[in-house]
Write a protein that binds this ligand. Structure first.
Ligand code: C2O
Ligand code: CU
Ligand code: CU
Length: 429
């Protein structure tokens, strides 16, 4: 606890070594450890403060992905932390319960810094969600899963140079969950809630179980859906999160996998990649406790469709650029006005996978090619996968935190694309 009532979270970025497999340890980076970082848990309404110390020999930053906060606290390319420096952002948490995350965001090196191991979860809690009786015992029936692919060389070091996916960046053939290779989870309750984060630089996951059982999607990037949605499969592109609730039977074993992708031009179609990957094995105990439930009604659906739209903008992603422009640190692309709702129409004009992430806000996907979106896109989102050729209309409200000088980012969250310039900047006026 720190002064003036805010909790202070101390996050130390460091380099080190991590043992993922037999043989030599892997040189990695981490936060308060050697790979990944602690889960930070905050409550709606709470004032939070951080002390982010950079123990590396180069500049880095920590960005709070999905958080609504002042631009100067955002941890993007304009808030680098110098080697041995400390950065001390603070803000008041003002958004619904959700699974957010943090990761570095220094322009040109975000991909490398994340690949080496800098990332962690940032969970927001609120009273409405506490009252739902969803599975919520952390690590027991409420389980974070940071899913990442890595390529190891013959000395167990992370391959950084082999661009296995061409302009996509490194695509790994081994999966880490929370920094563990070949993970399994001991299930002790009938219902388990998984907080899935695609924490990979470029890989698309198509989650599902080995027996094709159904599970319930309960939350997307920005919080709970209006109601659970039953499905056998779920796509998550880099940076997206989902909370799912899975029911288990006593004594069973089942594998969470990434199944082949239906989208041409994404990773599933690249030569030389097995796009079917085992992610984690679930091993259920002989008896399972059963005291949580899956409520029929969860949260409040986003409802920006009836609002007056102050501005419409369109964004076309192609060839490492957005609307034909590459990111420039000293160019602010536009200003939006405090309190207004805007509609952004976003499309992917390439054969590659892209997605689109906006800082500061959670948005509502109004339509995909003119149609109401499928349930996974009906809740609050901050990152949306862009299927080639489709048009996504996103509505968002810029609530407060004006600052004419410090911009927020919007970009493709395939980190090689972002680092190569598929990013722009806006200010809230
Ligand atoms: Cu996940 Cu601009 O960030
Ligand atoms: Cu972000
Ligand atoms: Cu992209």
């Amino acid at each position: 606890r720190g002064g003036s009532g805010s909790r202070v979270f101390r996050l130390g970025i460091q380099s080190g070594e991590t043992r993922f497999k037999d043989g030599p340890a892997t040189r990695t980076w981490g936060v308060n450890g050697t790979y990944l970082g602690p889960t930070v848990r905050v409550r709606r309404g709470e004032q939070v403060a951080f002390a982010v110390h950079n123990g590396l020999s180069e500049e880095t930053s920590l960005h709070w992905h999905g958080m609504h906060l002042p631009a100067a606290m955002d941890g993007g390319p304009h808030q680098p932390v110098a080697p041995n420096g400390t950065w001390a952002p603070r803000w008041t948490v003002d958004q619904p319960a959700a699974t957010l995350w943090y990761h570095p965001h220094v322009h040109g090196s975000t991909g490398t810094h994340m690949y080496r191991g800098l990332a962690g979860l940032l969970i927001v809690d609120d009273e409405e969600t506490d009252a739902l009786n969803l599975p919520s015992e952390y690590g027991v029936d409420d389980v974070p899963m940071i899913v990442q692919d890595r390529a190891f060389d013959g000395d167990n070091q992370f391959e950084e140079r082999v661009p296995l996916g061409g302009s996509l960046g490194v695509i790994g053939d081994e999966i880490l969950v929370n920094g563990t290779l070949g993970p399994y989870f001991d299930v002790t309750t009938r219902l388990v809630r998984l907080r899935l984060l695609n924490g990979s630089n470029a890989r698309l996951y198509h989650f599902g179980f080995s027996d094709d059982r159904k599970f319930s999607l309960v939350a997307t990037d920005g919080g709970l859906l209006a109601e659970p949605w039953q499905t056998e499969r779920l796509y998550l592109s880099p940076g997206e999160r989902a909370e799912i609730v899975v029911a288990f039977e006593p004594g069973e074993r089942v594998e969470l996998r990434s199944h082949p992708s239906e989208y041409g031009g994404t990773l599933g179609r690249l030569d030389g990649f097995d796009d079917r990957l085992d992610i984690c094995q679930f091993r259920a105990a002989a008896t399972l406790s059963d005291d949580t439930e899956l409520p029929a009604v969860l949260g409040t659906a986003p409802a920006l469709q009836g609002e007056t739209v102050a501005e419409e903008r369109s964004f076309v992603l192609a060839s490492d650029q957005i609307n034909g422009k590459s990111m420039a640190m000293d160019r602010i692309d536009f200003g939006v006005h405090e309190g207004t709702v805007e509609v952004w129409e976003v499309s992917n004009d390439n054969g590659f996978l892209h997605n689109f992430h906006v800082h500061d806000v959670q948005f509502q996907v109004l339509t995909v090619d003119g149609e109401r979106p499928q349930p996974p896109l009906r809740g609050w989102k901050d990152t949306v996968m862009l299927v080639q050729g489709k048009r996504y209309r996103l509505a968002m409200r810029f609530r407060d935190h004006t600052d004419p000088n410090v911009p927020y980012m919007y970009h493709c969250h395939l980190l090689q694309h972002e680092d190569d310039g598929m990013m722009g900047q806006f200010v809230v006026l």
